[in-house]
Design a protein around this ligand. Structure first.
Ligand SMILES: *Cc1c(COP(=O)(O)O)cnc(C)c1O
Length: 424
């Protein structure tokens, strides 16, 4: 076949797709509601052509930037927002959030276990220049219980007079714990506020935006943080991060990002506002495609006998899918399939390499219009047991579907699996 998919792979995948129509309709419904939410915020704030014009220099009175921030605040149901290309990535947005709210002597608490890898140096779990630890900010962590539940007793015992901010990571990221639903985040926030009402509850919302009808800011979070080259940038944002939350939290963050006194008043858009705004407009639809892709892959690989997390039926709270192969050849083949299906760099053949900071080789597949963008179809995994691939994204469902079929094609070509008896 011209697209490189053999009939056995195509037939197996088509069977799976047909059985997912009910599931896909639910996802369509969430996307439709979120599209209306975004559109309503754009209309309410009178988004106009003038908003899309670049500003330079200090960027005072940049109407496009100010309007986009009001739109974000309305979409997330918060008092205020900081949405900037001067925030370089998700880690930067999270570091900004933590460093702006915490003062020497304060304590940071994570009641959901170890935070995302890159935050270890921010917090000082691994010593680093300028970490929170260097500023005399201590850190405490309460792990989830073995069954994934919150350790309510442990959390109650950990909150003390120094506890200033509680950080809650929604997505499991590259951990093996479950991703938190917005409902569960709400329960956790109520519990923490019941113990200490004035504690700031912050949520790392990376990969979670628009997956559900509500965002964590609508269930009590004071501050919600994420990356624009993931879900809310809709694939169009070329850079950036966002913080949404209470007026005080956002002011502290803005004073830290630019300068005390200047805050949100400066920050030229340089012409990027149009992409950030249009990206937000597309985000609910893009997330819809990525979610369908994740569920499709879960069903395809679970059907072949591999463990997948989340499993084929679980409800979804982020766009990440994990497939566990226990076989290095299959992990490599999967990534090569994702790469071969990419719109950019499809001719590149990914190989495992020694990535700095990792104790095993890592293989990565990405062929993205925006470098490193993980709302675009991408996959990676460390070359060690259990040889698990993490994959996410897809700007359209049609592309996600083709990419996943291609991953199976490359696995099929290893000769290690048979599809003949799999047709149901
Ligand atoms: C991606 C991610 C981050 C960090 O974002 P970068 O843009 O890669 O710096 C933090 N937390 C979670 C849960 C993420 O998925």
């Amino acid at each position: 076949m011209s697209m490189g998919i053999s009939p056995q792979v195509y037939d197996y995948c088509s069977d799976i797709e047909h059985r997912l129509q009910e599931r896909f309709r639910e996802i369509d419904h969430v996307a439709e509601c979120n599209q209306m939410k975004v559109l309503a915020a754009m209309r309410k704030n009178r988004l106009s052509e003038a908003c899309l014009v670049p500003s330079t220099g200090y960027g005072y009175n940049d109407i496009g930037r100010e309007t986009l921030e009001k739109i974000y605040a309305d979409v997330f149901g918060t008092e205020d927002a900081l949405v900037r290309q001067q925030i370089t990535c998700g880690t930067h947005a999270l570091a900004l959030a933590l460093m702006s709210q915490l003062r020497p002597g304060d304590e940071l608490l994570s009641p959901v276990g170890k935070p995302y890898d890159t935050l270890e140096e921010v917090i000082g779990i691994r010593p680093s220049n300028g970490s929170l630890a260097e500023y005399g900010i201590s850190y405490r962590q309460v792990d989830l219980l073995d069954d994934g539940e919150f350790d309510w007793d442990g959390i109650r015992a950990a909150v003390n007079e120094k506890t200033k901010l509680v950080t809650i990571q929604r997505s499991k990221g590259y951990d093996s714990r479950p991703t938190l639903s917005v409902d569960r985040i709400g329960q956790l926030i109520s519990f923490v506020k019941g113990i200490k009402p004035d504690v700031i509850c912050m949520v790392d919302n990376c990969y979670g935006e628009f997956v559900e009808l509500q965002e964590p800011s609508q269930v009590g979070a004071d501050l919600v943080v994420g990356s624009l080259i993931k879900n809310p940038g809709g694939g169009l944002a070329p850079i950036g991060g966002y913080l949404v939350g209470t007026k005080e939290c956002i002011e502290r963050a803005a004073y830290r990002l630019t300068s005390p006194g200047l805050g949100k008043e400066v920050g030229a858009s340089l012409g990027i506002t149009a992409s950030l705004t249009q990206g937000l407009f597309l985000a609910p639809t893009v997330v819809k495609g990525a979610l369908k892709g994740a569920i499709y892959a879960a069903n395809i690989y679970e059907g072949l006998g591999y463990k997948v997390i989340p499993d084929s039926r679980e409800s979804r709270h982020d766009i990440i899918q994990q497939v566990i192969f226990h076989d290095p050849d299959l992990l490599v083949a999967f990534c090569q399939g994702i790469q071969a299906s990419a719109p950019v760099d499809s001719f590149v053949r990914p190989e495992p390499w020694d990535m700095p900071g990792y104790d095993a080789q890592v293989i990565m597949a990405a062929g993205a219009f925006v470098s490193g963008s993980s709302i675009e179809l991408s996959a990676d995994g460390p070359m060690k047991e259990p040889y698990a691939v993490y994959f996410q994204g897809g700007l359209t469902w049609e592309h996600a579907k083709y990419g996943i079929m291609m991953s199976l094609q490359k696995i099929y070509e290893t000769g290690k699996i048979s599809l003949d008896q799999k047709s149901l």
